[in-house]
Design a protein around this ligand. Structure first.
Ligand SMILES: Cc1cc2nc3c(=O)[nH]c(=O)nc-3n(C[C@H](O)[C@H](O)[C@H](O)COP(=O)(O)O)c2cc1C
Length: 195
């Protein structure tokens, strides 16, 4: 399978980067093709500007958006790896979705309602957050984060969400706990993507 990983974290020494490395290594080990779009390293421009919408309306997709859409076209599985910032996607990734998952490319509106244009692809999400997991489970945040991204972004565009890992209490755990998280990443990949 062809995997596209869209990664959003500014620091190479972060847990998110360790999750990225583990994901890439595990997928390649079991024979998958992997492309990583590291949005900070690319210095991706995340703001949907009036000129973007004007040129898309005129049938001309801006080059940087078109490039990312081609990576999506070539992928069977799209994986988002990012930390939860202010209960959602870091702005650079939110802007990637705003601009790349554009009307007419990822979805359209027809007589029957929403037309999902990315059908046939699978979605996988891995998040970290500082709040303890049981707090987010109890106050509804875990469910909310899953609804907004798995349904609001993936299902909305026809991508089938296969799993969504959320790791909490980041920053206040011991080494063993972080190793356990990376093991869960490996196990989840094996569960869904073993050949
Ligand atoms: C700008 C910003 C906003 C954050 N917002 C949240 C939040 O809403 N909920 C939460 O639990 N943690 C929040 N955090 C904590 C991060 O999720 C946490 O530091 C990160 O997941 C740890 O992983 P890392 O070591 O790879 O950065 C925030 C951190 C930053 C820098």
């Amino acid at each position: 399978m062809k995997h596209l990983i869209v990664y959003a974290h500014p620091h190479p020494e972060s847990l998110n980067h360790a999750i990225l490395d583990t994901t890439v290594h595990t997928l390649k080990k079991i024979g998958h093709e992997v492309v990583v779009r590291d949005l900070y390293a690319l210095d991706f421009q995340p703001v949907l500007k009036p000129e973007d919408t004007a040129s898309m309306k005129a049938g001309q997709t801006p080059k940087d958006i078109e490039k990312e859409q081609e990576f999506i076209n070539g992928a069977d599985v799209i994986t988002f790896i990012y930390p939860i910032w202010w209960t959602g996607l870091p702005a650079i990734l939110k802007g990637y979705v705003d601009r790349v998952f554009a009307y007419g490319y990822a979805y359209a509106i027809g007589k029957e309602g929403i037309i999902k244009l990315l059908k046939g692809k699978k979605g996988f999400t891995i998040n970290t957050h500082g709040t303890p997991k049981d707090v987010y489970d109890e106050n509804g945040m875990t469910a909310g984060l899953k609804v907004t991204s798995d349904i609001g972004i993936f299902e909305f565009t026809g991508i089938e969400p296969v799993d969504h890992l959320l790791f909490g209490s980041i920053g206040s755990l011991d080494e063993q706990a972080y190793k356990g998280m990376l093991k869960e990443v490996r196990d989840t990949i094996a569960l869904h993507f073993s050949k």
